[in-house]
Write a protein that binds this ligand. Structure first.
Ligand code: 0RA
Length: 636
C-alpha cells in the first residue's frame, strides 16, 4: 500500500515535469504561436483567471503592469490561489495550479459552470512553463505567501513572507527569450484586450500601467455589454434605446445588448466565456433567427407590415444593427478553422428562445422603439430591392464581367498569382515612377486618381459605379458580393502605397474600408499590405541614407561627420522620388519593409472607420490630427 502510494506520487511528479516540458517543446500547441500574439497570450491567460474570480463575485480589481525590466504582473483582489496541500498531488494547491496542465482555477469547485478563458483554458501552468522567471504571491488566511519558479521548475517552496488582512493573487512573470522571438509587450494590444474584457465583466475595474513609457488606463463599465454597444455607436446617429437582456438558464448564461443606428452595416460581436467567437456559431445562429422572427411577428401583429407585403429578410433586420451576444456555459465546444466558432447546439435554442421571448416583451412595452425599429428595417428592405435592381443592371451591363483590365493598370508579366504583387498608388506622378521603377516580371501598378468613394455610406450599386473602385476590383479579379471568389485573386500581395501625409492617410483608410467591408477574406488571409516609403533622404558627398522615421533621421545625422555639408530632403510625396529611389526604398523585396494589415480586432477597425468616415466632423478631425503622423497607428 505504502509502496503503491509512493509509486503513484512519483508518477505524478514525472507527469508534471513531462507536461511542462511538452509545453516548452511545442508552445504553439498551447498558446497558438510564439510570435507577439503568443507572447500576449501569457497575459490573457492570467487575466482570464482573475476574471473568473470576478465572475464568481470574488474580485473587484485587476491591475496589469508592464515593468521596466520586461516582466509583467497581474494583480487581483480575488480569494487568492489556495496554498493548502492538494490531495491528489500532495503539493500545495498553488504549486499544483502552477505546474499541472489544465489544473486551472476551478478544480474541486462545486456548482456553477467552469468558465475557462485564455486560449481555451490552457492554464496558468503554461505561462509558468514559458517564463524564465515567475513569482506567485498570494494573500490569504491573513498571510502573504510567495513562491518562485524558473521555466516551470520550482526555485523556492511556498514561503510565508508577511501578514495581510486582504486577499488576492499577484503573478509576476518574465517571458522566456528562448521561446519567444519578441519579448516586449505592447501597451495598445494589452489595453484593447483589457477594454474588451472589462465590457464583458460588468462592475470590475481593470487597470493597465506601463512603467516603461509612463502610461496608464482604467476601464470600469457598470453597464457591461450595454456600455459596449453605446461605445460602438458613439459616433452614429442612433435609433431607439439599447435593448439589454441578461438571463440565467440551465444551459448557461445569455447576455445580449443591441441598438439600431441609421448606418447600413451590421456589427455583431459574439463571445462565449469571454472568448471572442470570430466565426460565430450556435449562439449567433439562434440570435439571428429570433431577431427576424420577432420583428416580423411584431410588425404583422401591429399591422405595420401589411398582409400583402413580404416578410422582412434576415439581412433587412440586421442593417444598421450593433449587437453584442455573450454566453457563458459549462463545456464550450470551439470549432472551425480558427477554433472560434461555438459548436454547442443547446446554445442555439437557448439564445433563440430567450431572445424571442424577451425582445417581444421589450417591443410590446416600448411601442415607440418598436415602430422605429420596424421603420428602419422596412427602409432597408425597400433599399435592398432598389439596390438589387440597380446592381442587376450594373452586372447585366457587364461592368465586371467583361473583365477587360483597366487601361491604367500596368500589369506584370507573370501569371502566377502566388508570385505577383499589385501596388495601388496614389496619383499619376507617383504611379509613373512606380511603373518605371518596378520589376515588371511580378509587380503590377494601378494608379488611382484622387479620392475613392467612401463605401461606408454607399450601397453596392453606388460602389460599383465608382470608376476607381471598379478598376481596383477588376484588377484584383475576385468579383464582388455574390460573385466574390478569393480563389480568383490575381495577386498574392496587394500593397497600398500612398503619400505620408493626411491625404495619403485618408486614401489609405478609404481603401482599407473598401477591403474590410467588401473583400474581408483578403484582409483575413493577409493579402493586404501598406508600403513604408522613407520620410527623408540624407546625403553627404556620395553617401546617401534614407530615414523612415524621425528617430532614424536623428541617428543618421549623428553618423555623418560634420566637416562637409549634409543635405536633408523631406519627401512630401511619393512623386518626389525618382523611379530608382522608389524601387530601392519601398518596392524592392530585398530591402523594403511593408506592414501587413491584420483584422486583429474587428471592433477597433470599425472604430477607426467610423471615426474617419463617420458623418460627424469633430471626432474625425481629431483622429486625423492625432494619428496622421504615425502610419503604424492606422492599423485596422
Ligand atoms: C484555485 C481555486 C480558487 C481560486 C484560484 C485557484 C485562483 C486562481 C487565480 C489565478 C490568478 N488569480 C487567481 N485567483 C484565484 C478558489 C479559491 C477558494 O475557493 O477559496
Amino acid at each position: 500500500m505504502a509502496e503503491d502510494k509512493k509509486k503513484s506520487y512519483g508518477a505524478e511528479q514525472i507527469q508534471v515535469l513531462e507536461g511542462l516540458e511538452a509545453v516548452r517543446k511545442r508552445p504553439g500547441m498551447y498558446i497558438g504561436t510564439t510570435d507577439v500574439a503568443g507572447l500576449h497570450h501569457l497575459i490573457w491567460e492570467i487575466v482570464d483567471n482573475a476574471i473568473d474570480e470576478a465572475m464568481a463575485g470574488e474580485c473587484k480589481n485587476i491591475v496589469v503592469t508592464l515593468h521596466q525590466d520586461g516582466s509583467c504582473s497581474v494583480i487581483d483582489d480575488g480569494r487568492g490561489i489556495p496554498v493548502e496541500t492538494h490531495q491528489r498531488t500532495g503539493k500545495s494547491a498553488l504549486e499544483t495550479v502552477l505546474t499541472v496542465l489544465h489544473a486551472g482555477g476551478k478544480f474541486g469547485e462545486e456548482g456553477g459552470y467552469k468558465v475557462s478563458g485564455g486560449l481555451h483554458g490552457v492554464g496558468v501552468s503554461v505561462v509558468n512553463a514559458l517564463s524564465v522567471k515567475l513569482v506567485a504571491k498570494v494573500q490569504r488566511n491573513g498571510k502573504i505567501y510567495s513562491q518562485e519558479y524558473s521555466r516551470g521548475k520550482v526555485v523556492t517552496g511556498v514561503e510565508e513572507v508577511g501578514k495581510s488582512t486582504s486577499t488576492g493573487t499577484t503573478i509576476t512573470f518574465t517571458p522566456d527569450p528562448e521561446i519567444f522571438q519578441i519579448t516586449e509587450f505592447d501597451y495598445d494590444t494589452v489595453k484593447n484586450r483589457l477594454r474588451q474584457q472589462a465590457y464583458l465583466t460588468k462592475g470590475v475595474s481593470i487597470k493597465v500601467l506601463d512603467e516603461r513609457f509612463d502610461k496608464k488606463y482604467e476601464f470600469y463599465f457598470e453597464g457591461g455589454i450595454r456600455s459596449y454597444v453605446q461605445h460602438l455607436n458613439k459616433n452614429k446617429e442612433i435609433i431607439g434605446k439599447v435593448v439589454y437582456i441578461d438571463k440565467e438558464l440551465p444551459e448557461g448564461n445569455v447576455e445580449i445588448a443591441l441598438q439600431y443606428s441609421d448606418t447600413y452595416q451590421e456589427n455583431i460581436f459574439t463571445f462565449a466565456n469571454n472568448i471572442h467567437t470570430l466565426e460565430g456559431g450556435m449562439h449567433l445562429t439562434g440570435f439571428k433567427s429570433a431577431l427576424t422572427r420577432t420583428i416580423n411577428n411584431y410588425a404583422r401583429k401591429n399591422n405595420i407590415l401589411k398582409e400583402k407585403e413580404a416578410n422582412l429578410t434576415a439581412e433587412d433586420v440586421r442593417e444598421g444593427l450593433t449587437a453584442i451576444i455573450s454566453v457563458k456555459l459549462a463545456d464550450p465546444q470551439f470549432e472551425g478553422q480558427t477554433k472560434s466558432k461555438l459548436g454547442n447546439a443547446e446554445m442555439r435554442t437557448a439564445v433563440e428562445n430567450v431572445f424571442y421571448e424577451q425582445f417581444t416583451e421589450y417591443l410590446e412595452e416600448h411601442p415607440n422603439d418598436g415602430k422605429l425599429f420596424v421603420a428602419k428595417c422596412s427602409l432597408a428592405a425597400r433599399a435592398r430591392m432598389a439596390a438589387k435592381a440597380a446592381r442587376d443592371t450594373v452586372i447585366r451591363k457587364g461592368v465586371l464581367e467583361g473583365m477587360t483590365l483597366p487601361g491604367k493598370l500596368a500589369d506584370c508579366s507573370s501569371k502566377d498569382p502566388s508570385k505577383c504583387e499589385l501596388f495601388i498608388v496614389e496619383g499619376d506622378s507617383a504611379g509613373g515612377s512606380a511603373k518605371q521603377g518596378r520589376n515588371r516580371e511580378f509587380q503590377a501598378i494601378l494608379p488611382l486618381r484622387g479620392k475613392i468613394l467612401n463605401v461606408e455610406h454607399s450601397r453596392m450599386d453606388k460602389v460599383l459605379a465608382n470608376n476607381e473602385i471598379k478598376s481596383t476590383i477588376i484588377a484584383l479579379g475576385v468579383g464582388i458580393g455574390e460573385t466574390f471568389d478569393v480563389e480568383k485573386l490575381r495577386y498574392d500581395r496587394i500593397v497600398i502605397m500612398t503619400d505620408a501625409d493626411v491625404d495619403g492617410a485618408h486614401i489609405r483608410t478609404l481603401l482599407l474600408t473598401l477591403f474590410y467591408r467588401y473583400f474581408k477574406p483578403l484582409v483575413e488571409q493577409g493579402h493586404i499590405y501598406i508600403a513604408q516609403p522613407p520620410l527623408y533622404k540624407i546625403s553627404q558627398g556620395k553617401k546617401t541614407v534614407y530615414a523612415y522615421t524621425d528617430d532614424e533621421k536623428e541617428a543618421a545625422l549623428k553618423d555623418f561627420k560634420d566637416d562637409t555639408k549634409v543635405s536633408i530632403q523631406r519627401y512630401k510625396g511619393l512623386g518626389e522620388m525618382n523611379p530608382d529611389q522608389l524601387w530601392d526604398t519601398t518596392m524592392d523585396p530585398a530591402t523594403r519593409s511593408m506592414m501587413r494589415v491584420a483584422v486583429e480586432d474587428a471592433e477597433r477597425a470599425d472604430q477607426v472607420f467610423d471615426t474617419l468616415m463617420g458623418t460627424e466632423v469633430p471626432p474625425r478631425k481629431k483622429f486625423i490630427q492625432t494619428h496622421a503622423k504615425s502610419v503604424k497607428n492606422l492599423d485596422i
